[in-house]
Write a protein that binds this ligand. Structure first.
Ligand code: GLA
Length: 367
């Protein structure tokens, strides 16, 4: 094969131009990004984000979502309180709009969530006489709810968080003493999965919880999942919410968690990822006088390093991790601005308050 000098010159020019374009893209990344998280991770797992219907209507946020993510989780719209406000009335509008956006743009959707002790509607645990309902009535209500919601989005929602946060915060206890538990005992968990599977046999069904990397909690979640798997309950995966911080989890605990859960033959998803710049606190409180919420260079670096560390583990375990979802889009709005400390600004995500990629973003995509 003979290549003449002219061709070589043309080729080099072309490479130089392309290189310049790439460099140029990189240096102007502050405004236009040619590649998003979903592209960097295309050989690993889908990258999702929790959204509200309002965020999808905002052109700037919608553009950011479409350039970076390929999976959506409704932040609140599908929770039982918002979507099923009265026993005989569903409020579909918000959830529908998120699913329609996903359909229009070819994004997948994780449904969140079908059975949880928080954000429940007022009518749920009470009968017409105002008294607490029986187990039979409550399970019937659960079945109706799950069947209606899953059926509406059948074929459009590929995975569901079926039961959320059923394990107690107290390490010496097992299941949370919620009204679900008080009225139904452990059965509500089994039933929720069975109803979900019946409504859509193709949906991938998850148990979802927080602090799952802490050994004491991890072990109790594991016991629950093992019981379900052994009893052949239709559960396909565990969602690690991943409301983490620059202080935890460490790499060892995270790896141990992924290995332990996946040893049950189920998938692992990271479902609500954010990395707070503050240590975990459980109880709500107000900002203390003089308490700083400044995002210092040191905190920014620690956060970028933590993001790099956890994404390295995710990549190493791509065979069992089938999705990574961030909880909110950018630091402009995060639930952590109000929780656990009211009025304390947090900066837990990969995009800043102006929707620009942060140091942590570049750590996550440079591998
Ligand atoms: C839990 C729930 C989420 C969300 C967060 C806080 O993690 O699973 O739906 O409510 O709390 O925003």
């Amino acid at each position: 094969m003979s290549i003449n000098l002219k061709k070589i010159k043309q080729l080099s020019l072309c490479i130089i131009l392309q290189g310049g374009l790439l460099l140029n893209n990189r240096s102007t990344a502050q405004t236009v990004q040619s590649k998003g998280l979903k592209d960097y991770y295309k050989d690993y797992f889908p990258i999702g984000v929790a959204v509200s219907p309002q965020s999808l209507k905002d052109p700037q946020q919608a553009a950011l979502i479409l350039s970076q993510f390929n999976s959506l989780t409704p932040e609140n719209a599908m929770k039982m309180g918002p979507i099923h406000p009265e026993e005989n009335r569903y409020y579909w509008k918000d959830a529908d709009s998120i699913v329609a956006f996903a359909q229009a743009h070819g994004l997948r959707v994780r449904g969140h969530n079908l059975c949880w002790h928080e954000q429940t509607p007022d009518w749920l645990f009470k009968g017409a006489d105002g008294k607490q309902v029986t187990k039979e009535v409550l399970l019937k209500r659960l079945k109706d709810h799950i069947t209606a919601v899953i059926s509406r989005y059948k074929g459009k929602i590929y995975a569901w968080d079926v039961v959320n946060e059923a394990i107690d915060d107290d390490n010496s206890k097992f299941l949370r003493n919620s009204l679900w538990y008080q009225i139904c005992g452990e059965d509500f968990i089994v039933k929720a999965f069975e109803y979900a599977h019946e409504a859509d046999p193709n949906a991938v069904l998850f148990y979802n919880d927080y602090n799952t990397e802490r050994p004491e909690k991890r072990e109790r979640v594991y016991q629950l999942l093992k019981k379900l798997v052994d009893a052949k309950v239709p559960i396909n995966g565990v969602g690690l919410q991943a409301h983490w911080s620059i202080y935890e989890p460490d790499q060892k605990d995270l790896i141990e968690t992924i290995k332990r859960f996946s040893s049950l033959g189920i998938k692992v998803q990271i479902t609500e990822l954010d990395i707070s710049i503050y240590p975990w606190e459980k109880n709500k409180r107000s900002l203390r006088p003089g308490e700083s919420d400044a995002y210092t260079a040191d905190l920014e670096k620690k956060q970028a390093d933590k993001y790099a560390e956890v994404f390295k583990v995710f990549r190493d375990y791509k065979n069992v991790i089938s999705g990574v979802t961030f909880w909110n889009i950018s630091d402009k709005h995060t639930w952590l601005d109000e929780y656990p400390v009211i009025g304390r600004k947090n900066y837990p995500l990969l995009f800043d308050q102006n929707f620009q990629p942060k140091k942590a973003y570049w750590q996550v995509v440079n591998f």
